[in-house]
Design a protein around this ligand. Structure first.
Ligand SMILES: Nc1ncnc2c1ncn2[C@@H]1O[C@H](COP(=O)(O)OP(=O)(O)OP(=O)(O)O)[C@@H](O)[C@H]1O
Length: 251
């Protein structure tokens, strides 16, 4: 008999530990626009850090710099990019490839077909899409496509997962379901997570620390110690959300 859930647990037990990230005195300018100004941020192995801030404050610039997509103007970033994956707001799937093939794109090189299929099936089961492997992306909902993007990122067993507003295009209910999924996979896989989001409620629901950016620097670095799994609408989370919103709105 086949025990896919058991196999998944065995795989989790062998998951590599989360990778640390050290950003020191990072400065980035686009022309005259000084977007990041000697910003420092440290992420502990396995920690979940969310970044919030007003539109244009430099959240995505920071995340892209951490992922090696933007060259720092000054300062340093210490991160192992071999073990890092990025999930964007749009799922960026190959429209002409099946769900299985889209997830397999993220698989480590050198696997034989059976081993690759086994990993794809395990990841699809993890994100709740076990029955969609042979579908085309066009046949999926927006939330399902984003699950495929998550499975594609997870298949390489990343030690750091960077998430750039990954749930921003989803409706409110799907978004809450996806937040629970992200929390579950993070808790079971052990990777470090860096999430950029506009949604302060999402940040406090998911993160160990919420970092508030202002004028290219960190204005507030707030630990969220509410026990997990967290429940949407929890009073303590709502109070933390209010505190951060007060800061962002200057109230
Ligand atoms: N490639 C680029 N070239 C020039 N300017 C850029 C570039 N990328 C970002 N910027 C500018 O840097 C600033 C910060 O942009 P960034 O996308 O990091 O902000 P953000 O906080 O993620 O914004 P949002 O919440 O709206 O996504 C903005 O003024 C933006 O116009």
């Amino acid at each position: 008999m086949n025990f896919p859930a058991l196999r998944l647990v065995e795989e989790r037990a062998h998951s590599p530990q989360g990778a640390p990230v050290s950003v020191r005195e990072l400065s980035i300018a686009f022309g005259q626009n000084q977007v990041l100004d000697r910003l420092s941020l440290h992420i502990e192995p396995g920690e979940f850090v969310a970044i919030v801030g007003r539109s244009g404050c430099g959240k995505s610039t920071l995340l892209r710099a951490v992922m090696g997509l933007i060259q720092p103007g000054g300062g340093s970033i210490d991160v192992d990019l071999n073990a890092a994956r990025l999930v964007f707001q749009e799922p960026r799937l190959l429209p002409w490839a099946s769900v299985r093939e889209n997830v397999a794109v993220g698989a480590p090189a050198g696997l034989d077909a059976a081993e690759r299929d086994r990993l794809v099936d395990a990841r699809l089961a993890e994100v709740g899409l076990a029955d969609k492997a042979e579908q085309w992306p066009a046949a999926l909902s927006g939330g399902q496509r984003q699950r495929v993007a998550l499975a594609r990122a997870l298949i390489s067993q990343p030690r750091l997962l960077a998430l750039d507003e990954p749930l921003g295009a989803l409706d409110a209910l799907t978004r809450i379901e996806m937040q629970a999924l992200v929390e579950t996979v993070w808790a079971s896989e052990g990777f470090s997570a860096l999430l950029v989001t506009h949604d302060v409620a999402e940040a406090v629901a998911l993160a160990d620390r919420v970092v508030v950016m202002e004028a290219g620097r960190i204005a507030l670095d707030l630990p969220i110690t509410v026990p997990r799994p967290r429940r949407h609408g929890d009073a303590e989370l709502a109070a933390l959300e209010g505190l951060i919103l007060d800061r962002l709105l200057g109230r």
